[in-house]
Structures are given as structure tokens and as C-alpha cells.
Ligand binder design. Sequence first.
Ligand code: SF4
Length: 461
Amino acid sequence: MSFINEEAIHSTLDDAANTEPARQREALAKARSGERLTLSDVAALLSIRDADLREEVHAAAREVKRAIYGNRLVFFAPLYLTNHCVNNCLYCSFRRDNRALVRATLTQDEIRHEVEILLDQGHKRLLLVAGEHPTQSALDYIGESIETVYSVRRGNNNIRRVNINAAPMSTEDFRTLKSFGIGTYQCFQETYHRETYAHVHPSGPKHDYDWRVEVMDRAMEAGIDDVGIGVLFGLADYRFEILAMLEHVRHLEERFDGVGPHTISIPRLEPAMNAPLDSTNSPWTLADEDFKTAVAVLRLAIPYTGMILSTRERPELRRELFDYGISQISAGSRTDPGGYHRDTHEYAEQFQLGDHRPVREVVRDVLSLGYIPSFCTACYRSGRTGDRFMSLAKSANIGAICTPNALATFEEYLKDFGDEDMRRIAERIVEEEIARMPEPIGRKTREMIERTRRGETDVYI
Ligand code: SF4
């Protein structure tokens, strides 16, 4: 069973190859009107080469992002549990054949130490990441690790949402995973192009395209209704990947009463230790300008789905992409197991990073751009997941919950980790934000900020 019709996608892209500006403008107008885009609309937008028209696409994405996500950016950090893996992905340093890589799996004490450091940086939301290995990343180890992460306290601070990026599993195992109290289950198809998929995943369980492309069907059948999909741009034609990912979204919405993925991730291929394939030798490496438009077009195509940007990208490009639709960002990331508490870094990172700034610097930068850094984890703890979250997002009422929560979590961050300079900038942005709010939301938000200033923690709607 595959809902990815490669032939149909290729013919849609071929038809869009010489799209007239009038057709491109028609698709842009449709996107601006909030009407759902078809694959041929998306292909028409992706066919735009004219810089001025691309700027209009970026501007439209900016409007849509502001309308639904306001000016919040949700922060998280990855926590790598193990770099043991039985797969051999050509673009990854954790691949089985990378004999030079020193392998490690964190003990529960090491995990506790990592979490303490992440809490001291202000994080409240983590993404646990594990290579695929029958013993080193077994389900019970993942369960025990999630329990450890939730158990760590630093003063009043604790991790309030644990998402997980782990190998596909059976529906039965997903039920067990759900019972560990996870937020989002993430698994990237990497590439939806079957032939490329077989080439870059030559062996190991990951070689099985269908087992992977159907992973979210099994996860959602098991009751995990916040799922995150993604592609690794640079493995195949990015336009093909975008249309295929949208077909995946449509498939899940059709199967699960309109509930598609909670998030999509858009990593780009980067060099990795002893990885034979990277951005320097792939024929499909995605250039910055095309990447910007790709992000904007995705924002227009799936306005209610969160878009995650990692620290693979350089700071200056991240700043621009925030504006085109990104809603969640990682900061201060380490992609080697133990990378936060071990400064020897004897374990290689999974791939090369572009943004090495500490969390505080990213918070200050985001603030200086006029965004509210959010450490909110309220929705999944309030049962606002799957269709409940989607209906709220689609009603455009999400702002009445997300913005007060973002401001309260940011006030908590400021109290514990802010400095005078940060507080001065924050006060202006917070006041402007509250001034824009209708009542009684404005009053409610002021009350939440006051409670936090008086020492209450984890104040949320
Ligand atoms: S990408 Fe994931 S599955 Fe592939 S080698 Fe790396 S850790 Fe293993």
C-alpha cells in the first residue's frame, strides 16, 4: 500500500515546468485566500523563478504564519540517547559501516546529567533521538529513558514535554510507546522517491520503504495523534519531495478524520563523518534561495501544521526562515550522545551543524527580531492533541491560548535565565503583544505573567 503516486507527481511537475506567470499568480491568490492548495497549485508556486514573484510568495507565507502562529517561536533541544545503529544510511555518521565512530548508549545517570544541563539552559521540551538497534535502543530502554527525563528536577524546573524520534515500530509497540507519556512521535521518510530511497538506505531494516512510509498509520492507529514527518532535502528533487510529503499529509487526514501530522521537519543534507553522500556531492543539493521558497510554499500548502527548523542551518538563514513559516526551532543542540555534559566530544555528531550558539544567545536574537521565545508545552498536557489541536488551529482561535502561554513561559525563562538587557527588550515586545489582544485575553495574560513574576511556575491555559 503506497499513497505516494510517483508517476502522478512527476507528471504534475512536468506540467508545471513552463507555468505562465498568470497561473503562478492565480495559485498565490488562492493561497492568500486561505483556500486549500492542490498539488498542481503547489507545483505552480514551486516553478516560480522570478525574484519579485518569489518575494510575494515569501510575503504571503509571512502573513499566513502570523495569522495562525502569531510571532511565537517554540524552543526545544534534541537529546541523543545512542549512536548505535544497524542501518547504513549513506548520509549519516551513525551508519553501521562507519567503523571509526566511537559508539555509546547513555546510562540513566548520564541521561539525568544531560537533562540537568538542558534545564539549566532553560529548556522545557526535549526531542529524544536514537539510532535503530535491537538492544541498544530497545523499547524498554526508551521507556526508562523517558521516565528518567520526566523525573529530573532543577529547582522548580522540569522537562514538561518529551517528543521522540525513533525507528518505526509495530502498532502494538506504539501503544507501549504512547503509554510512556510522549508528546510527538517523529519519523522522517528521508526521501519519498523509491529508487533513491533504496540507494541511500542499502541495508538494514530501514531499507524497507513501505514499512517506513506506513509508520504514521500504525502510530495513529495506536492512538499517538501528534506525529511528525519530514524529508531530508538533498537526496532527491526537492519539488518531488514536497509534493510527496503533501500526499502523505492528505493520506493521513483522509484516514484519521482530518488529522494530519502535527509537525513537519525540513532538514537539508549536511556533511557527516565518513558519510559517502553529502551536500558537496549530491546532485540534488538544495540551494538557499530555493530552500527559502520551499519553506514558504510549504507554509502556504499546510498552514496548520507546525514547521520545525533545526540548528543544521546557519544563524543568518534561520533568521530569514523564521519569517516564512517556521514555528518551532531547536537551539544549543548537540547531536552526539552525552554531548551536553561531555565537553571532550569523543563521540562524533550525527551531522555537521550550522548554528552553534548557546540557547541564551538564540533567545536574545529571536527577541531582537520581534518574536516571542516560547517554552510552552501546554497543549498535549491539556489533551489538545490530534483533532482537538487541529480544530483549534483551523478556527484561528489558537492564538488566544498559545500567545498567553508563550508569554507566561517566556516570563518564567526571563525570571530564571534572563538579564537586564533581555528583560528591557522583552518588556516592550510583551506590552505590544498584550496591547494587540482582545479582552478578556489581555487581562488573563497579564494575570498569568504576574503569577509567574510572583514565583509560580508552569502557568498555562
Ligand atoms: S540516519 Fe538514522 S537509521 Fe540511518 S544510519 Fe543514521 S541513525 Fe541509523
